[in-house]
Design a protein around this ligand. Structure first.
Ligand SMILES: [Zn+2]
Length: 255
């Protein structure tokens, strides 16, 4: 059966000599892998529509349970090529795309994530030096997926972290995925000390809309502290799920 949707290419990988497996984040099917026949043989518009970040109308064919449906058509809506052409930008954007690839199950529709990625790329294209967009995307992605770090309350006793000032609630514990208040702290190992401003900025960012981000000016140290929280949090979750997979394999359970 032929199906149509819109998709943004997250990655493509070589399959055989001339074919590609293309992974999309789609509007209607979530993360979707499709097989593209011979796009590399001729330098075609079809071939260039499969470059990472390209946003297209796509058609694919395959049975409901087919592992790898075949991509039959892709018509470019936007290439976002300026985000691909510069190495530093590409690196930052790749980190954004990696989150979908690592956290999202295949073929489970997630319109909010699709909208977030499309919106962020659209905002980033003319304003790619604004590092806040990259952070905003990661925070919102984790929030939508239910994995966002909590900087608004103590992960042990639930006391809220700030009402103007942070009252010493500024230690983020990677293994808790949250801050822990002064009363509950037992061991400072594995914690990241954050400034008051960083905690406030994070708690605001998580509530703000994408359209407001260009009005925010944040000092570099805050961006760097939030970046550190997000990156260590993501690495911890991924490391733990890998460990779980390994343990499940060890006792013969298929994850
Ligand atoms: Zn506490």
């Amino acid at each position: 059966m032929l199906k149509r949707t819109e998709g943004i290419v997250l990655k493509n990988s070589l399959f055989g000599e001339a074919d590609l497996i293309v992974t999309y984040l789609t509007r209607d099917y979530g993360l979707l892998k499709v097989f593209a026949k011979s796009p590399r043989k001729i330098k075609s518009r079809f071939g260039s529509s499969l470059e990472p970040l390209t946003y297209s109308n796509i058609s694919f064919m395959g049975k409901e349970d087919a592992n790898l449906p075949r991509l039959t058509q892709s018509d470019i809506i936007k290439t976002f090529h300026t985000l691909r052409d510069d190495f530093k930008r590409l690196l930052n954007v790749s980190e954004m795309l990696e989150l979908s690839l690592k956290f999202m199950p295949e073929r489970e529709p997630h319109f909010a994530v699709f909208k977030l990625l499309l919106g962020t790329l659209t905002k980033l294209e003319p304003d790619s030096e604004n590092a806040l967009y990259f952070l905003y995307y990661k925070i919102k992605f984790l929030e939508i997926s239910g994995y966002a770090p909590r900087l608004d309350m103590c992960g042990r006793c639930g006391t809220t972290s700030y009402n103007g000032s942070c009252n010493g609630h500024n230690n983020f514990y990677v293994s808790h995925g949250s801050i822990i208040c002064e009363k509950c702290i037992r061991d400072r190992e594995g914690s990241i000390r954050l400034s008051d401003g960083t905690v406030r900025l994070y708690n605001s960012l998580i509530k703000w809309r994408l359209s407001n981000i260009n009005r925010v000016k944040a000092p570099a140290y805050m961006l760097s502290e939030i970046g550190q929280v997000i990156n260590s949090h993501v690495a911890y979750i991924l490391g733990r799920s890998k460990q779980l997979r390994k343990e499940n394999f060890a006792v013969g359970i298929t994850p």
